[in-house]
Design a binder for this molecule. Sequence first.
Ligand SMILES: Cc1cc2nc3c(=O)[nH]c(=O)nc-3n(C[C@H](O)[C@H](O)[C@H](O)COP(=O)(O)O)c2cc1C
Ligand code: SF4
Ligand code: SF4
Length: 371
Amino acid sequence: MMHAFERFGLLINDRIVRTPVGIASMAGIVDASYVLERAGNIGFAFIGGYSIDAPTMAAARSLSAGSDRKEFLYENPVQELKTQIAKMEESNVILGINLRGSSPESFRSLAKAIGDSVIYEIDAHCRQPAMVAAGCGEYYLKNPGGLVDAVRALKEEGVTVSVKFRVGVTGDDRELAVALWKAGADILHVDLMDAGSAKLRQIRNSCPLMIIANNSITTFDRMREMLSHGADLVSLARQSDERTLAGLDAAITRFADEEGWYNAPKQLCRGGDIRALTFCCMPVKECPLIPTLARIGMPRDDYIRMKLESVQGTPLEQGSQTCFGSLAWCCKISSPCMFRNMTLKQAGISAKEYMHLKRELSETIMSRVFP
Ligand SMILES: Cc1cc2nc3c(=O)[nH]c(=O)nc-3n(C[C@H](O)[C@H](O)[C@H](O)COP(=O)(O)O)c2cc1C
Ligand code: SF4
Ligand code: SF4
């Protein structure tokens, strides 16, 4: 497992995520057995959605009655979830439970009963009228105050929290992301619908949370597009068959081993997200760096100081033959440059290690931009 950490650097719930490919919940379908059948090809999975209180359990019953819509139905949600979680005990898949709850107290009491071994994912996604009327799913996107309260209740119990939502439903997805970050959420599980990577980049540029991109991510090209615009992981629901998952897992593993940073952003001037500041040079010309600094409220001198301080004592500090005297300012390895490459060669730093170091620099930058 240590190798997986060196490769992807992903930790959730203090556990190493083997691969950034996972399964998103489908009510009545994705349970522990479904996940275990695919466990060899995924790093994480959200089982559910499970209704956890009287109003949402009644909604689940009404949804499945007289239709072919599947729901998980039971008398006792705690018992059912404990049974499912126990089945996953021997697996190294990081487990999340997708939950429909209508009040902060419902989430709190579930967390008290189940503990911190799983990710608690609030379903702010479901748009079935009965669920929305019960006060969960998309209800939360129209009433973000209730969602924030639910996140806070879970965080008071010390558990890891994800929020699953569809973009374009709430007033402003960026404001929602900031509110969830401030409330203590750990993960945003974002159904991008057909909004594309520009929407993902907006959310990435609003908060430092871990992001799982979702919706029709069934090819390596689409997965790469998401990872290079701010996603840390991707999830699949409808096409979470073994063949698709295995293909994505193998392709991203190979890519990470070759490139050193599996979700490296594009450069800022090529549409990259805020993490791309790691590749930006000194602000000496009119280019997208200037408006980006203005947007995050960082004066030019603070930006220069931040980058220089962040590489102090690291191999990126050197680079007297490069444009600005330090590899801190140097471009992505895919931009050809003999000065940077000469410096790397003299310092014995491989292209892959260079990208690894740039990733560490981007993490420092993110922690400064979003203190
Ligand atoms: C049958 C079905 C049931 C679903 N149930 C849930 C659910 O309970 N909770 C949830 O957050 N999302 C649910 N979803 C949404 C999926 O997790 C996912 O966001 C959506 O299908 C888009 O991803 P995909 O293109 O990989 O399928 C469901 C989707 C389907 C098709
Ligand atoms: S500083 Fe360099 S890399 Fe960054 S946006 Fe400007 S030209 Fe592009
Ligand atoms: S030396 Fe090369 S890689 Fe570094 S900033 Fe200049 S052009 Fe970019």
